[in-house]
Design a protein around this ligand. Structure first.
Ligand code: SF4
Ligand code: SF4
Length: 71
C-alpha cells in the first residue's frame, strides 16, 4: 500500500533530477515520454505503491514542484 500521494506541478519542473537522486526508494524518474511547458522531461513517480511519504523529493526540489499527501 502506498503511504503517500506525490503530485508534481509538471510545467514548473526543470528536469534537474535532484528529486530522482533524493528518493530512497528509487521511484522518481524523468518522464521521457513528455515535454513540459519549459521544454524539459518532467519528473514523475513510477511506482506510487512503493512511496513511503518521506518527503525527501519535495524537500530537495528547488522549484517547489512536488507536494506530498500522507495517506
Ligand atoms: S516521498 Fe520519499 S519515497 Fe515517496 S517519492 Fe518522494 S522521496 Fe520517494
Ligand atoms: S527536483 Fe524539482 S525541478 Fe528538479 S527534476 Fe525534480 S521536480 Fe523537477
Amino acid at each position: 500500500m502506498a503511504k503517500g500521494m506525490v503530485t508534481f506541478n509538471e510545467d514548473l519542473c526543470k528536469g534537474c533530477e535532484l528529486c530522482v537522486v533524493a528518493c530512497p526508494k528509487n521511484i522518481v524518474e524523468l518522464d521521457k515520454s513528455k515535454i513540459n511547458a519549459k521544454g524539459f522531461n518532467p519528473a514523475h513517480v513510477v511506482d506510487m505503491d512503493e512511496c513511503i511519504a518521506c518527503g525527501n523529493c519535495a524537500i530537495m526540489c528547488p522549484d517547489s514542484v512536488i507536494s506530498i499527501e500522507k495517506l
